[in-house]
Ligand binder design. Structure first.
Ligand SMILES: Nc1nc2c(ncn2[C@@H]2O[C@H](COP(=O)(O)OP(=O)(O)OP(=O)(O)O)[C@@H](O)[C@H]2O)c(=O)[nH]1
Length: 324
């Protein structure tokens, strides 16, 4: 059924009331002719009151029918705002205006729900993208970390290789120089003691020439292991080159260094190197020098070297201290 607008309803209603009242009046007009004026006044007054009461009742009825769907819409709006999905939107209303308002509201909600669904889909896609990116970043981070770690390991290994003598795994000459510099910087110039000894296999050329280079290498390795075993953790032992070694002994005076060198010399004489012709022995000569203030590492090594030269020229297989 087509809905009437509020304006039409009001106009029709008041017209009907007016027509009804006019009909009542016109039907009663003949009988009213003989009614005294005072009574007539009362009748008109009563008719006016009746019309007012009717209009008021009618107004209340109309307002109620108008207000109900609006209250329902307001209630539905509140429930939707709270996220309740079952908000009832009035479908049947008395007037065209409220019916239109209700339809527009319903369309608005349908549009909002459609947008919400679209947003949900977009949100899910976005979350998927974010977790994919996070995974990529994690992987990239891990790869970067791994490659940095690998790089650091490589650098460490290269440093180690650069500092290590490949035949004996002892420090090489360059690394010894660095460690000696550090020890010298640490030295308390007034009270510290420090000694150095250099030692060298006697007639090593004969071992090489007589039993081969491999046997010579084995002799060098054996001597390195033995020396490392005789020295303290804090001592610095290095292969200086060829069959020559150097040991730096912090906190050791000349007597102590001589003692250590002597113990090592004696131990070397007990070593036996396996050769195809049977085990062979070797000896080594030692030159020892103690640090004194004003003397640098190069001078100290040169003094130990001079002492070694002395040991070589006074019969070998001995320990000689540097002497001015
Ligand atoms: N097997 C081997 N031989 C080496 C190595 N480095 C140096 N040599 C050899 O060591 C020998 C050193 O000979 P020399 O300097 O004459 O010394 P030496 O025969 O020990 O004589 P003295 O030191 O005077 O007792 C040479 O034959 C070098 O070729 C090495 O790494 N391995």
């Amino acid at each position: 059924m087509p809905k009437l607008s509020l304006r039409t309803t009001l106009a029709l209603s008041f017209a009907s009331i007016s027509v009804l009242m006019s009909l009542l009046l016109s039907h009663s007009l003949e009988r009213l002719a003989n009614v005294p004026v005072g009574c007539l006044q009362s009748i008109v007054l009563m008719a006016g009151v009746a019309m007012a009461v009717l209009s008021a009742l009618f107004g209340v009825l109309l307002a109620g029918r108008m207000a109900r769907p609006m209250m329902q819409l307001s209630d539905a709006a509140d429930r939707l705002r709270r996220g309740e999905d079952d908000a009832a939107i009035p479908t049947e209303t008395a007037f065209r205006e409220t019916w239109q308002l209700s339809s527009s509201f319903r369309r608005l909600i349908d549009t909002l729900r459609a947008e919400q669904t679209k947003l949900g889909v977009l949100n899910a896609a976005l979350e998927e993208q974010v977790s994919a990116r996070t995974l990529m970043l994690d992987t990239a981070n891990r790869l970067l970390f791994d490659s940095l770690e690998e790089r650091q390991q490589l650098v460490d290994r290269l440093k180690e290789l650069a500092n290590t003598d490949s035949l004996t795994q002892l420090l090489n000459r360059r690394a010894f120089q660095e460690r000696a510099d550090i020890e010298f910087k640490r030295l308390d110039r007034q009270s510290a003691t420090l000694s150095v000894f250099i030692f060298d296999i006697d007639h090593f050329k004969r071992i090489n020439d007589g039993y081969g280079h491999e046997t010579g290498d084995e002799a060098i390795r054996m001597l390195a292991r033995t020396a490392a075993g005789e020295l303290r953790e804090m001592d610095v032992l290095a292969r200086f080159g060829g069959e020559e070694f150097v040991a730096l002994l912090p906190d050791a005076d000349l007597a102590t260094a001589m003692e250590v060198a002597e113990r090592l010399r004696a131990k070397i004489t007990t070593l036996r190197i396996a050769t195809p012709a049977g085990p062979i022995a070797m000896t080594a000569s030692f030159g020892v020098a103690q640090w004194v203030p004003q003397v640098g590492i190069d001078t100290l090594i040169a003094r130990a070297d001079q002492a070694l030269y002395g040991a070589k020229h006074t019969g070998r297989d001995r320990v000689v201290a540097w002497d001015e």
